[in-house]
Write a protein that binds this ligand. Sequence first.
Ligand code: C5P
Length: 315
Amino acid sequence: MSDHRPAVTARAPAKVNLLLQVGPVRDDGFHDLVTVFQAVSVHEDVTATPAADWGLTVEAAGGADVSGVPLDGSNLALRAARLLAERAGVDEPVHLHVRKEVPVAGGMAGGSADAAAALVACDALWQLRTGLDGLATLGAELGSDVPFGLHGRTAVGTGRGEQLVPVLTRGSFHWVFVLDPAGLSTPRVFAECDRRRGPGWGPPPADVRLEAVEAALRGGDAEALAAALSNDLAEAACALAPQLTRTLAAGRAAGALAAVVSGSGPTVALLTASAASAQDVVAELVPVVGQGRLRTASGPVPGARVLEALAPGGQ
Ligand code: C5P
């Protein structure tokens, strides 16, 4: 037993997709993507504590509604911890406590961030030193967005989103996120996208849209980035959640440089010119959607990392 070992807390970020190009459905049911992820300062904190048996508790932070989060073995954080234990030959159950700030089923990869944080916390607790690449390989088995939760910052994602190449960026970008209480199922949004396109859809082209996003990021140019943001899942998300069309329009009317659906939605991401203008956009939107649905954040931020780890003996 290792009950004398202290708890370890790791933090992982949410993401927004700056570009999301969706190809045809593959034989394995996934879609090939060309995407650009940016990690933003909305976080999940996962604390791993040695315990007699595997377990999980969830706490809401910043007004997140956690009622839809599974607490059993299907929870992605718990699956991540058990997968790491199995592969590393560790027989030391942990209790995971998840502090959730990222909206559930919101298109910001909150569940993937939980898995990423759980991998990093358990790796530190069990002193495995698996390394980022090893954890990302395990993470890809758990979900397409988990490797990005580990890497963080800004990256181009291909394959099903799990193959990552970092992108050079200058400065910070400032976002307002408009949460939607409805939640959207990612598989449903992809299926609706397929349905709307019909058969014979070609692979996502590596076209000028990616170059435009990369150039805007390199230059730290929020206006150019605003012009380059796009999401192939937006139409499908708006078809399944028609209120999103109004939210996107309200965001633009409130002074955002651009409004896009975040991933598969229903969270709407508003890119603003500065931290101050993000606050102005929030002030405009409070009477429209209510304070409780608004979050400000900036990106890029780092991927999953240990917040506190006291080694045995306090080293
Ligand atoms: O990988 P993840 O578990 O996040 O994916 C959830 C679902 O989203 C998949 O089962 C699939 O229906 C859809 N998906 C997809 N193509 C991707 C990523 C996700 O079709 N590249």
